[in-house]
Design a protein around this ligand. Structure first.
Ligand SMILES: [Zn+2]
Length: 316
């Protein structure tokens, strides 16, 4: 065998052993906001449930994907309920945060205008389109259509995580607008990423500015507790690191003009999963950590009366 063939084989073997990151685009570490403890956050939100942020949830698309990805069907509760694999109707959302002083931010990106064109023009490989059932996407509004009709572009975008279905609207957002991501979200290595990295890079765009939020522990003696940032420093938007679904998954607590809002992201995709405290299935990277994060979010929601909970892909 020639040396070049041996080199190629060893490169493929090491790649398949180690996997790769979800994107090859570099991210910059960003210190922003103040770290805070969960008890302090709960006290502040409980005593003042209304706040300065105008919060809107936008339904970008209807979609269907396999239930076994969305819900851990091996969980005793799922078996007891007789849940089986098959298509589950879901939706793709993005959220708009309008802060009176700090301006407009989005959580996740919705659907880009490019996806209203024929699928050959999409920045997603044919294989990934097929695995993701992207032919079943029915777009309600593209992100740029919505933004143009409703007050304009954001100053920044928070990503609950970097799975493809949460970045599909990236092309509708100016390349200078930073995307905020959680710890190790862009660098964590997984085998699956070998298949999606090219599509992720294409959707994000090579100029995209990725800012990885720094989540210092609020209290050194409690390194195991939730890591939380008071992003604007005024108690109106808390960003919570909820690892498990992906390394850098994030959830958001918002004091809005219409009361407290909790954006869970894909730590829980479905209504059934939330009501039964059952984690996602094959779409989750680390079941154990996902379960811990889901427990924490359910616990937070129970301690804040009147809170509205927004799940990853279904509405309660
Ligand atoms: Zn998702």
């Amino acid at each position: 065998m020639r040396a070049s063939s041996l080199l190629l084989i060893s490169a493929i073997l090491s790649l398949s052993f180690y996997g790769c990151s979800v994107t090859s685009i570099d991210s910059i570490r960003e210190k922003q906001g103040n770290s805070t403890k969960v008890e302090t956050m709960l006290e502040e939100l409980g005593s003042q449930p209304r706040g300065p942020i105008r919060f809107q949830k936008i339904v970008s698309a209807d979609w269907s994907v396999d239930r076994g990805g969305l819900i851990n069907l091996d969980h005793p509760k799922a078996e007891e309920a007789g849940l089986e694999s098959g298509l589950e109707p879901i939706q793709i959302y993005f959220y708009v945060i309008d802060h009176p002083e700090n301006g407009r931010f989005l959580i996740d990106t919705g659907m880009g205008t490019i996806f209203q064109k024929p699928s050959e023009e999409w920045p997603v490989s044919g294989m990934v389109q097929s695995v993701m059932n992207m032919d079943l996407l029915k777009i309600h509004t593209s992100t740029s259509q919505w933004l143009e009709a409703n007050g304009g572009s954001p100053k920044g975008v928070f990503l609950t995580h970097m799975h493809l279905d949460h970045i599909l609207g990236s092309g509708d957002i100016d390349a200078n607008t930073p995307f905020y991501i959680g710890p190790a979200e862009a660098t964590d290595s997984m085998l699956l990423n070998m298949f999606v990295q090219g599509s992720t890079d294409n959707i994000l765009g090579s100029d995209r500015i990725l800012k990885e939020l720094d989540f210092p522990a609020a209290d050194d003696s409690q390194t195991e507790s939730l890591r939380i940032l008071d992003f604007f420093g005024d108690g109106s938007l808390y960003v919570v690191h909820v690892p498990g679904h992906t390394a850098g998954s994030m959830a958001f607590l918002i004091r809005s003009t219409s009361g407290l809002q909790l954006v869970v992201g894909d730590t829980c995709h479905t209504t059934w999963g939330w009501k039964n405290n059952v984690t996602p299935g094959s779409f989750t990277a680390n079941q154990e950590r996902n379960a811990e994060s889901l427990n924490s979010l359910i616990d937070i929601s129970k301690k804040l009366s009147g809170i509205t909970v927004h799940l990853g892909h279904q509405s309660l």
